[in-house]
Design a protein around this ligand. Sequence first.
Ligand code: LMR
Length: 397
Amino acid sequence: MFNKLQPVPTDPILGLVAEYKADTNPNKVDLSVGVYKNEQGQTPVLKAVKKAEEFILKHEDSKAYLGMAGDVAYNELMTKLIFGDHKVIADNRVKTAQTPGGTGSLRVAAEFIARCNAEATIWVTNPTWANHLSIFNAAGLKTAEFPYFDFETMGLKFEETKAALSKVPAGDVVLFHACCHNPSGMDLNIEQWQAVADIAKQQGFTVLIDAAYLGFGEGIEQDAAGIRLLADQLDELLICSSCSKNFGLYRDRVGAFSVIAESAERTDVSYSVALNVIRAIYSMPPAHGAAVVATILSDEALTKLWLEELDEKRGRINELRTVIVDKFKEKNVPGDYAFIAEQHGMFSFLGIDKEAINELKTEYGIYIVGSSRVNIAGVNASNADYIAESLAKVLSK
Ligand code: LMR
């Protein structure tokens, strides 16, 4: 049976991490996978996380099963983090289940959507995170793209976005990124979120939000503003969130799936379906990472410490955006990169072609994703000159 299998190409993002590790170039730079790095190029465990882990080690008293929804306290705290004081909570119209990371959450969303409408098409921004299509296709759903990022202006093409969404039928699902759009760094402003809400109401499609970077754009409240606006106005909404980046819990796989339905009763029914989906995929999520998040979010001092650490990361990324633009100018990198300073989150496109991307990798050991996406946080004082000089050489040919 196995002899029928054909090899599958390596993952466009995680495959590069393996290549980078194997590279012996002493100057190599990893600007590929979306992992935050500090000025020393490290990804240390957050202090708030370490403190929470000490607490858990001391107080954890059982390893018995938690149930399909995972950690109930975590689910409530994540709901509060995403929605603040929004009335959907008081109205019992939102329910959250812990999931294994953001990817796990998206897969739960995909299977949940398939139970609602197996014929649904999932509409994703062009471009989007490389794994989105695989996740929805793996659940047997069709996918399609709508215009979002303009490679000519390196900004949004929102008029085209609206025109395309105005043709999406009821029963389909449109996926947006809450903030820090991956891979472009271009986010919707509040007027644009309002336009999305208006078109969703007019067309009757369902909106799904991927919230993988809450806190990395402008702060938790600002980054969740689009979600909260949609929750004000739409009867139904799905949110897939992740604690990989904002809590730095990448390998612990901590995420959440939240569902909003038109009434408390419909939310309960929807949630029962989500739990049934979870039972059939992985039974229940791993406990540790969610216990860490719950410990932090239920303690005032730990929450304060975590928010300070998050502010520091966001501040560093935002400063780096300006550093990169200035450095590219200083080293005469051909092109105008001012747009990088206007974008948000961990990623921006360089807008360079495949040949240049490959040359950066093979000649200079600089790894960026094949779409020309760079992880801004991978830049630091000791590699900024090297990156800019290498890029200038590659692009000046
Ligand atoms: C990324 O986009 O680099 C991250 O979300 C990591 C991943 O799983 O692809």
